[in-house]
Design a binder for this molecule. Structure first.
Ligand SMILES: [Zn+2]
Length: 296
C-alpha cells in the first residue's frame, strides 16, 4: 500500500538526485540539428531540457524516439511544455475537448522522448467563477490522467503558476489541483509568482513561505519532483507582461531562492525561460556554485 499524500497516492517516477539546470526550448545555435542540441547542452554543463511543444506537439514517433535516445545518451533530463492555447475551462466544449486531447497526446509521447514532466497552463477561467472553473479543470485533468497517464505512470502532469490574474493558476489553485488529481505536480514559475505578487515574492522569507505551503500540502510528491521556471520579468497591474533576462535589471532576485535550495538540500530542476534560455540556465547554475563556494 502506497502512503497517501494530499489525497492522492504517492508515487515517484525517478527521483532526481542532483539539482538540474537547462533551457526552455532548443538552443538556436543548434540550427535544427538534433544531435547538436544535446551536445551543446552537455558541453555547457547543463543537464535538463524543456522540449517546447508550445505551438502543439507535431513530432512524429520516430523523431520522438530519437529525441529520447539522444537525451539518454547525453544524460539530459527531459520535460515538455505543452501547447500555450490549452484552455481546459474554455467557453466552448470543442476547445475543452481539444485541450484534453493535447495533454493526452503529450502523455502518450512522453515515454518515447524520455519526458518525465508535462508542463502546461490550464488556461483562463472561461468567464466562470474561479470555484466552478477549478472543478471543470480538475475533472478534465483527471480524465486526461485516466486516459493516458495512470497505466504507464511515465510522466507527471505539471500545471504551472500563471503570471496573469485572469488565468487559472494561483498558488492555492495549483496546490488544490495537485492534491485532487492523481499524477499532478506543481510547476513553480518564480517570475510569474513575482508578477502575480506585484514584486513581493522576492526575498528569503517569502520564498521560504511559498516552498513551505507546497511542501505542507503535497509532501514528498512535491519535494521529490520540484520543477521550477526562472527568468526576469516585467509586469503590470494585470500581472506578467514580458519575460526578461535574469540579473540586476529585472526581478525576481533568485539568489535568496538558490540559498534556500542549497541549505535545505532540495533538488529542483531549474528551467530558464529568459530570452536567451541557455544563458539564463548558466547564470542560475553559476549562482548556485558561487553560493556553495562561499557558504561551504
Ligand atoms: Zn513558465
Amino acid at each position: 500500500m502506497m502512503p497517501t499524500v494530499g489525497g492522492s497516492s504517492y508515487w515517484r517516477i525517478k527521483k532526481l538526485k542532483e539539482i538540474q539546470f537547462g533551457p526552455a526550448g532548443y538552443p538556436e545555435e543548434a540550427r535544427g540539428n538534433l544531435e547538436r542540441v544535446f551536445e551543446i547542452l552537455s558541453k555547457a554543463g547543463l543537464s535538463a531540457l524543456e522540449y517546447a511543444a508550445v505551438r502543439g506537439l507535431r513530432t512524429k514517433e520516430d523523431r520522438a524516439k530519437l529525441i529520447g535516445h539522444l537525451a539518454s545518451k547525453h544524460d539530459i533530463s527531459m520535460s515538455m511544455h505543452a501547447a500555450y492555447y490549452i484552455s481546459l475551462a474554455s467557453k466552448t466544449d470543442e476547445t475543452r475537448e481539444r485541450s484534453k486531447q493535447r495533454l493526452v497526446k503529450a502523455l502518450r509521447f512522453a515515454p518515447l522522448m524520455g519526458v518525465k514532466r508535462i508542463v502546461f497552463h490550464a488556461g483562463s477561467y472561461g468567464g466562470l467563477p474561479p470555484e466552478e472553473a477549478h472543478g471543470i479543470i480538475r475533472d478534465a485533468l483527471q480524465d486526461v490522467w485516466d486516459a493516458a497517464g495512470k497505466n504507464t505512470r511515465s510522466a507527471f502532469l505539471a500545471p504551472e503558476i500563471a503570471g496573469k490574474f485572469n488565468m487559472y493558476g494561483s498558488v492555492d489553485e495549483i496546490i488544490r489541483l495537485c492534491s485532487e488529481v492523481d499524477g499532478c505536480i506543481p510547476t513553480i514559475d518564480w517570475a510569474h509568482l513575482y508578477a502575480r505578487s506585484q514584486g513581493n515574492i522576492n526575498d528569503r522569507e517569502n520564498y521560504m513561505a511559498i516552498l513551505r505551503r507546497f511542501e505542507d500540502a503535497l509532501g514528498r510528491q512535491f519535494v521529490d519532483n520540484m520543477h521550477f521556471h526562472v527568468s526576469g520579468i516585467e509586469y503590470t497591474k494585470a500581472g506578467e507582461a514580458r519575460h526578461q533576462p535574469l540579473g540586476k535589471q529585472w526581478g525576481p532576485d533568485i539568489l535568496p531562492l538558490i540559498g534556500i535550495i542549497s541549505e535545505v538540500g532540495y533538488k529542483p530542476t531549474f528551467i530558464s525561460e529568459t530570452p536567451e534560455p541557455i544563458r539564463g540556465a548558466l547564470y542560475a547554475k553559476h549562482l548556485l556554485e558561487e553560493w556553495e563556494q562561499i557558504n561551504r
